[in-house]
Design a protein around this ligand. Structure first.
Ligand SMILES: [Zn+2]
Length: 750
């Protein structure tokens, strides 16, 4: 016998237990109809968790009656269980059960549970007032759903709160789970009490799992000690129709569509001055029925604005907190939300609204400074005491956890770069030629590609090595506002070893838009959603973004200035064509990432980007080489202006470099600001240049492709070190020069 019995022994209770045996029988009949297998489970007993599986009604009744009152709780699975689990404990109760029913053990979803409870500290029973308030709320929700055309549910006293139970018939899969979860969110949004309300009755939003258990009706619930204020109670069947009619999927969808996500995605929230009633009148929408419920008013439309044949199946729901949703459960209307309705009824509303909001913001900034919240700051000593974690690199020095954007002009080789990252991570090999990376799974959404083209590319990159395991490729994915985020979330749930997700490109996954003003908002929403997924799973998401029009010379300025892409991203990479010894540069910057720029070379044989070193260093050596070459070819004394004209470069920058070169003894100065190559300047070694090609032609007309010159490896390491030092000096001069200040990296030479 368990200890709990001592807290519950009176004649009155014995009488009640007797009466409840009828409820136990009715409840078991309900859940075990059609030969369904159920689990009875009693946690927190003296003998651990007691559990058993039943398909024999009489035995189940016998055991439930025996357990009732002798254990704290008797629970039952509401949905039918895989019959094979009978073999764990068939039609009997086993002590110290290790295994209980999991979501995957459920064969079908047969019941939709709405669970109402008063907010209270854990581990205690409800007061009578709380108990009654929960039951009252259940009746209100039952009325609401009846109004929505739902059938009569079962109504139960769960001993501390109330249950409504509707019959459904859905497969046990992700889609059903999401649907039930959304339905509970809608009910919660419509009916849960405000924070200040006492007692505060809440709709439990977590009871959507397939293996959900409820207290077996007719059994005692013995939470904590029974006190007059918070007594133990018997759970009861309050009303149960002879047969529960099945709720259609349409009705479930309709309920699910009423929900408006309040914080993460402020979709469907209108400004304070938006008046839905006026809007409905102005646009001649016929309302069939209006009814106010606890937290919202529901407008049932006479016909669906998207398709008149949909009849009275569409609703606008206006929540008291400002949220508005629209939904119509017909297949053709899936995805038609409140924004879609406004797009349909009043095209261009978004642009007008943004303009108004902007005006309003300006006004409120001028008038009511009190309302502007001061951002979080810190003192210098606080800052010094703060320890910042190093970014967690997926590819050391290049790609860290969180959301990164890879931007650059089309056809520059961004996709090759992605493929290089993906193969390196999936194989645990080297990225960019020499950066060792840890092996992890990779998801590559190559949304601009076809399988055929990808295979060809992958074959080039892999050469003779086998394709790495754990490299998943999709050419198709839903847009972020149409379930793409959920797809990603679900995929990651089942691939815990994934560390890198590449999305090629942003335009292919964000909400389709034709409004110029809308792009920023849509980008931001998409990026924010992706970032929260990256943070949730501790992975890197790399988002590829084409810069179609180069409005600014500085791509960083372009993407942060015009589209605000960087707002939600953790890091930003810009791939840019380079003139000179490197083919391209990869500029990397971010919140916790030190700003770097790497010089890259494209290996045309294996179509792979390799890192050469610091981009600035490569650029400077190239610029030095060009100046020395001009002087060498001219064999005459030249002014900085003459050199800059040949090179088509900024004269000030050329002058600076000439001074440095002279300081290093590579060139000589004559009179006031004229230069020539002295005998001591053996340029053929120092400038890393070869003799191939016509050099004078090359310096006047800069090559578009990689110049034909000796690879950098041929340069002696000592000389290279020497160059690095001189480069550092030149850079310092450049940074202090007002004329060049404000130019992006490398732009001073273009
Ligand atoms: Zn419709």
């Amino acid at each position: 016998m368990d200890q709990q019995v001592s807290s519950q022994p009176t004649n009155q209770v014995a009488q009640l237990i007797q009466e409840s045996s009828n409820d136990i029988l009715r409840a078991l009949k309900l859940f075990m109809s059609d030969g369904n297998v159920i689990e009875l489970r009693c946690p927190e007993t003296k003998r651990g968790t007691k559990s058993g599986y039943f398909n024999n009604l009489n035995t189940a009744v016998k055991w439930a009656t025996l357990l009732n009152g002798n254990v704290p709780f008797v629970y039952i699975t509401i949905n039918p269980v895989n019959p094979e689990l009978l073999a764990r404990a068939a039609n009997r109760i086993k002590d110290y059960s290790k295994y209980t029913t999991g979501d995957n053990d459920i064969v079908r979803r047969r019941f939709f549970l709405i669970d109402l409870d008063a907010e209270r500290p854990a581990g205690i029973s409800s007061t009578n007032e709380e108990h009654e308030a929960a039951l009252t709320k259940a009746l209100l929700i039952r009325d609401f759903l009846k109004e929505e055309g739902w059938p009569e549910p079962g109504l139960f006293d769960s001993s501390n709160g109330a249950h409504l139970l509707f019959a459904i018939d859905l497969p046990n899969n992700e889609e059903s789970k999401n649907l039930i979860e959304k339905c509970l969110k809608s009910i919660d949004a419509l009916f849960s009490d405000d924070k200040n309300q006492k007692p505060r009755i809440l709709v439990d939003q977590k009871v959507f799992n397939a293996a959900r258990i409820v207290k077996l009706y007719g059994t005692w619930s013995q939470k904590g000690d029974s006190t007059p204020e918070r007594p133990h109670r018997l759970s009861k069947i309050l009303s149960l129709p002879e047969k529960l009619e099945i709720v259609s999927v349409d009705k479930l969808n309709s309920l699910a569509a009423m929900y408006v996500e309040p914080i993460r995605e402020p979709k469907g929230y209108s400004g304070d001055d938006f008046n839905l009633e006026t809007w409905i009148k102005e646009h001649n929408l016929q309302v069939y029925k209006t009814k106010s419920w606890k937290n919202a008013t529901i407008y049932v439309l006479e016909q669906c604005p998207f398709d008149s044949s949909h009849g009275r199946d569409s609703r606008i729901t206006k929540f008291n907190n400002g949220g508005i949703s629209f939904g119509c459960f017909h297949n053709g209307c899936s995805g038609n939300d409140w924004y879609a309705l406004r797009d349909l009824i009043e095209p261009g509303w978004k642009d007008r609204k943004e303009n108004n909001d902007f005006q309003k913001n300006i006004q409120s900034n001028n008038l009511t400074n009190k309302k502007i919240k001061i951002p979080t700051g810190f003192t210098a000593s606080q800052l010094m005491k703060t320890e910042f974690k190093d970014p967690l690199w997926v590819i050391s020095g290049v790609l860290c956890e969180g959301l990164s954007i890879l931007a650059g002009r089309p056809k520059l080789g961004k996709s090759w770069l992605c493929l290089n990252f993906a193969v390196a991570v999936a194989a645990g090999g080297k990225a960019l030629g020499n950066i060792s990376v840890d092996k992890a799974e990779v998801l590559y959404l190559a949304l601009e590609d076809t399988p055929r083209r990808l295979k060809k590319r992958l074959a080039i990159v892999l050469q003779d090595t086998p394709a790495p395991e754990g490299f998943y490729i999709f050419n198709d994915w839903l847009k972020t506002d149409r379930g793409g985020l959920e797809q990603l979330n679900n995929w990651l749930l089942s691939h815990p070893k994934c560390k890198l997700v590449i999305i090629d490109t942003l335009a292919k996954i964000r909400k389709a838009t034709n409004s110029i003003n809308g792009i920023y908002q849509d980008d931001y929403a998409a990026i924010e959603g992706l970032k929260s997924i990256a943070d949730k799973y501790g992975i890197a998401i790399l988002l590829v973004h084409h810069l179609r029009k180069m409005t600014s010379e500085d791509p960083l300025e372009q993407i942060s200035g015009s589209t605000g892409l960087t707002g939600a991203a953790d890091a930003l990479m810009i791939l840019k064509r380079e003139r000179g010894r490197a083919d391209a540069s990869l500029f990397i910057t971010g919140r916790d990432v030190e700003e770097t720029e790497k010089a890259l070379e494209f290996d045309k044989v294996i179509c792979t980007w390799c890192v050469l070193g610091d981009a600035e260093e490569y650029r400077m050596t190239e610029e030095r080489r060009e100046i020395l070459e001009v002087l060498k070819n001219s064999k005459e004394i030249m002014t900085p202006k003459e050199i800059s004209q040949i090179l088509r470069k900024n004269v000030g920058a050329v002058r600076k470099l000439l001074i440095t070169l002279e300081g290093e003894g590579l060139i000589k100065k004559v009179g006031y600001g004229k230069y020539f190559i002295g005998n001591s300047g053996d340029s053929s070694n120092s400038i890393h240049s070869g003799n191939s090609g016509n050099s004078s032609e090359r310096v006047t007309e800069l090559p578009q492709e990689l110049p034909q010159e000796l690879p950098h490896e041929n340069a002696g390491s000592l000389e290279r070190r020497g160059f690095s030092e001189s480069v550092t000096r030149i850079t310092a001069v450049t940074e202090n020069d007002n004329f060049l200040a404000g130019c992006g990296p490398g732009d001073s030479w273009q």
